[in-house]
Design a protein around this ligand. Structure first.
Ligand code: GTP
Ligand code: MG
Ligand code: ZN
Length: 260
């Protein structure tokens, strides 16, 4: 799998024979519509979640990926690309500030003007980072900027320029000059974390942490229960209603395993 460390020996035919796969620190899984979950990559330090104003951003997907990072566990940074198109203004600016306020590193980048690329490099230093996000947001373009001599396929702009077209079809790991590693992955529309407990889902919403344990019911799902500390916090504006709505949607989608 992409990200695995292996031991190998030369084979008689001149190729390399993998003898051992080293134990994995973590596995990024994607739930499949049919059958069991698929491994996307392993041994990940950081999810670089890329979004832009074109295609239209999905904040549900953003929250799904943040939950996935927390449960892996690994770090997560948010990359708002295409700032040359104004993707760092308006609604995107407002919402990205909300993520910054709850503690995430948020970068505004452009592969056209190179805005934010130096800051991105710093964030990638010495880590294994996988770029994830919708198709067409510029994941491969960002990698191409960092590794200009590698042959990396970039999507053509479609007629309207709006719909992502799924240019990258394989997950590929690239070595960075400083020893860090950067993984390109195919665009996703939806990323339902698999096999999550209610506790893990709650922990995926970092700004809930101050309120957890203060709801009337110890197993509160923060949906319709009375005296819910999370809901009260949202009413007071301490948690965004947008994130709480996404949480509830995710809760209904994944039907987490309840512990105890
Ligand atoms: N204006 C502008 N366009 C960009 C930027 N970055 C990428 N693009 C364009 O966006 C389109 C999609 O870029 P890709 O890098 O192929 O996107 P991707 O996220 O790898 O897409 P998939 O491989 O399908 O998941 C291309 O036409 C790029 O030229 C940017 O910073 N600004
Ligand atoms: Mg790509
Ligand atoms: Zn609650």
């Amino acid at each position: 799998m992409c990200g695995d460390y292996v031991r190998w020996q030369p084979s008689v035919s001149g190729s390399k024979l993998i003898t051992t796969i080293e134990p994995r620190r973590n596995e990024l899984l994607r739930s499949a519509r049919y059958g069991s979950a698929r491994i996307i990559a392993t041994n990940i330090d950081q999810l670089g979640i890329v979004t832009a104003c074109l295609p239209e951003p999905s904040w549900e997907l953003m929250d799904q990926l943040l939950v996935a990072a927390r449960s892996l566990p690994c770090e997560a940074i948010i990359i708002i690309n295409k700032s040359d198109l104004g993707c760092d203004t308006g609604d995107l600016r407002t919402i990205s500030e909300q993520y910054r306020q709850i503690g995430y590193v948020v970068l505004h980048t452009s592969t056209k003007t190179h805005n934010g690329i130096a800051a991105l490099k710093t964030q990638l230093n010495g880590k294994t980072t996988i770029l994830v996000g919708q198709s067409g947001v510029g994941k491969s373009s960002l990698i191409k900027i960092l590794l200009p001599h590698r042959d990396i396929r970039i999507g053509e702009l479609s007629k309207t320029g709006e719909k992502g077209k799924h240019t990258t079809s394989n997950t590929i790991l690239y070595g960075l000059d400083d020893g860090g590693k950067l993984i390109d992955s195919p665009g996703v529309r939806d990323f339902r974390p698999t096999n999550l407990t209610l506790e893990e889902l709650n922990q995926g919403y970092v700004e809930f942490s101050a309120y957890l344990g203060h709801c009337r019911f110890h197993n509160c799902t923060h949906t319709t229960e009375p005296k819910c500390a999370v809901n009260d916090a949202a009413q007071r504006g301490e948690i965004t209603v947008r994130r709480l709505k996404n949480y509830r949607k995710l809760l209904s989608q994944i039907a987490p395993r309840r512990t105890k």
